[in-house]
Design a protein around this ligand. Sequence first.
Ligand code: ZN
Length: 416
Amino acid sequence: MTKKSSRSTGHRPHLRSNTNQTTTATPQTIRHVNRSILLNLIRLRQPVSRAELSRITGMHRSNISVIVEELVSEGLLREERSKPVGRGRVPFFLYVSEDSVYVLGVNLRVSETKIALGQLSGKIEKLASFDTPKDPKLFVQMLDREIRRLLMTVRPSLRKSVRNLIVSVPGHIHSKTQGDVWIPALPAYSGFSLRAAIEDKTGISTDVMNNASLGALAEMWLEEMQHVDLKDFIFLVIGDVGTGSGLIFHHHLYLGHDLTFAGEFGHMVIDPAGPKCACGKKGCWQLYVCDRATWERYQPAERFTSAVFQKFLQGVKDREPRAIAALRETAKYLALGISNISQALNPEVIIFGGEITGVWDILQPEITKHLSRLNTRTAIRPAKDNMDQLFLQGAIHLGLRKIFDPPTMGLAMPKS
Ligand SMILES: [Zn+2]
């Protein structure tokens, strides 16, 4: 292929594949790869001219023209003359045709499920939501009904432009069974083939993925749109009763050797004599940093709910001494875990998601203070958006990448 470097074209964050399939580089594959590179670049950097594409990718202008004309004739791109400034030549700019391809992102949460209709640029055009039922079969029926309703409100003929659907779940997906999920907070869903059931009912190509993994992908793509190359980081979600994380290593999402899960830092034992965790061990990190733990430090007599946690956040904002003391204790434990994670993986940054980031201006200096005592200098920052939005954004971007990413190139290596 004719590109200068992977850096100059932006990254292509495909998932690690554990299949032994090999794609050989026929001229047709190279053309397909170049086509994907160009379409993704235009999608992320529009408006962009043919000359800029040539400069960024190192591809010859004539090769770019052939591919661009093909994409324009397929209705995926449009080219418009920009406004004339002065007496020089007026350049043409390329844009993606937003309404040519759609993907659906679904964020399945314990209480509520959200559906987002995503355009070719990754922008969310329309949202819908429904209460998540406890029964997964009922969930599939409700999802199908709501998707039909959503598409009809935009355009009756839209269904045929929808290429795929990605579902974000607060749990794991078993790679061997191709879509059985394990969602501890929704016991009836565990062992249910969510992907196959949704595909059968809706007729739309479907994938199911862990929410923190999608959050990590969304963070990487949102940075890419700002022309920031973020390639090794950890996205850490501090949740109601647990933690989750997405690991990105060199632009790739890491899901462990069997593509099932990785980064379950919440179950690192920090005190073998600590309280019992749902996983069966004692003193897991998540028991000290989740929102329930913080709440119990603040108001031990009142039962924790995600709604009541807002009272704690308000208490911190009002500089209530009891709330500040509880936050400081949580920050101390957060720093302890971050230090362990940093020692093991040395990421560029650890990005935090969750309700507790609502008081980041007070939380961050507390964490940093403890980190410096632990000799840890890893950068930390809050996520770019709220979790709901980020999981949907990640689902939509992944859906688009699945359509437009080039095939993975590789050489067949004999097994030793
Ligand atoms: Zn545990």
